[in-house]
Design a protein around this ligand. Structure first.
Ligand code: F0G
Length: 368
């Protein structure tokens, strides 16, 4: 039986026999082959979606939250707190509810997907909607947790990163090797930091013999790392990554540079196109933020970026060439954000309860 990421990767995590493990059996998410997308690169490429939306609270945050909440409990705290664009608050609220901790969350008013808000409230968190953005909320919770007895569970809490690095372990364990390219959306930049830590630790432990290139993607209206300066008023319909001053900015740049990767940006139109493409051609429904990294991949494919990459991963002469492998981290489930889904896909046709009414819209051939 899968027992969650702490039990699965205990020897790689800062836990002891005394750590009270708070888990919803997170992790063990599938690598779904994205064959339609892979064909656009060529026959020697494989693309996988690591669908983190299949975690217990439907986002990747659960990997970090099982660690952060377990360690908070071990340290004897009575409450946890976070700023959030939605997913962190949903996850914090769920894990806190499981072990009797109070949970306080600060979210940007009007800029959080409906499903995420419902989750935090259902799990009994005290939810404050601030007249400001995520960056304002993060500033507030950092100050509050520095002055008062409450544990901060944003990704500035190192245990969050520790838990989230298990995503990299799972990918390497499933593929038997690291991917060549790791595509990931970037908001507060904790997750790209965590994946890079996971890959480099597996490498140091001799579990893998090379490292992937880290390919991070921001939304154009919220792309401080790409632009090289803080964005005072970040804007994007991908509200999960609507962040102008990421806490792990430096670590994300370090991952990019050490891996020979890149951090790029895509427009909201590109994000919607990728969001629809995944749903209609790969059968995978994510929230818009995840589509940022797929939009980045689609753009690089169009630009011919991978044209010379396949020979580059071929083995030495005489050995079988291996396929180019790309993994995209799909960080959250599409059901979190029904508003954007309905906006980009239209509404059902309202009809009278007759067969003719259906046939008027869809001309079906009669059975012989
Ligand atoms: N994708 C989703 C669905 C997210 O919710 C987030 C961040 C990211 C990507 C970016 O990850 O911040 O580690 O670079 N959500 C945070 C939150 C900010 O509050 O839920 P990151």
């Amino acid at each position: 039986m899968w027992r969650g990421v702490i039990e699965q990767y205990r020897e790689h995590l800062p836990v002891t026999a005394d750590t009270p493990v708070v888990t919803l059996r997170e992790g063990n998410t599938p690598l779904i082959p994205a064959d339609t997308l892979a064909r656009e690169i060529g026959p020697d490429a494989e693309v996988y979606f690591k669908f983190e939306g299949l975690n217990p609270t439907a986002s990747f945050k659960d990997r970090g939250m099982t660690m952060a909440v377990s360690k908070a409990l071990e340290e004897g705290t009575s409450a946890v707190m976070c700023a959030s664009t939605g997913n962190t608050s949903a996850s914090a609220a769920a894990y806190a509810s499981r072990c009797g901790l109070d949970c306080l969350v600060i979210i940007p008013e009007g800029n959080i997907a409906l499903g995420k808000l419902a989750q935090a409230l259902m799990h009994g968190a005290k939810v404050f909607a601030v007249r400001g953005n995520f960056d304002d909320a993060l500033r507030m919770v950092r100050e509050i947790s520095a002055r008062y007895r409450i544990t901060l569970v944003n990704s500035v809490n190192p245990f969050r990163i520790e838990g989230q690095k298990t995503g990299a372990f799972e990918i390497c364990d499933a593929l038997g090797e690291p991917p060549d390219y790791h595509f990931i959306p970037v908001g507060n930049a904790g997750n790209i930091t965590a994946y890079w830590k996971g890959y480099t630790e597996y490498h140091a432990a001799g579990r893998i013999d090379r490292l992937p290139r880290m390919m991070g993607w921001q939304a154009e209206g919220a792309a401080p790392i790409v632009r090289g300066h803080v964005v005072e008023k970040p804007e994007t319909l991908a509200t999960a990554i609507r962040i102008g001053n990421p806490a792990s900015w430096k670590q994300a740049e370090a991952a990019r540079d050490a891996s020979g990767g890149m951090i790029g940006m895509v427009s909201d139109a590109d994000i919607i196109a990728a969001y629809q493409y995944m749903a209609r051609h790969e059968g995978v429904f994510t929230e818009p933020a995840c589509a940022a990294c797929v939009a980045g991949l689609m753009r690089l494919i169009r630009e011919g970026y991978f044209r010379n990459a396949v020979p580059a991963v071929s083995g030495p002469a005489g050995k079988t060439a291996r396929k180019l492998r790309i993994v995209c981290i799909l960080t959250g489930h599409g059901l979190k954000d029904p508003d954007n889904a309905l906006k980009s896909s239209g509404r059902p046709m309202v009809i009278d309860p007759t067969i003719e009414a259906v046939l008027e819209h869809v001309p079906l051939a009669p059975r012989a």
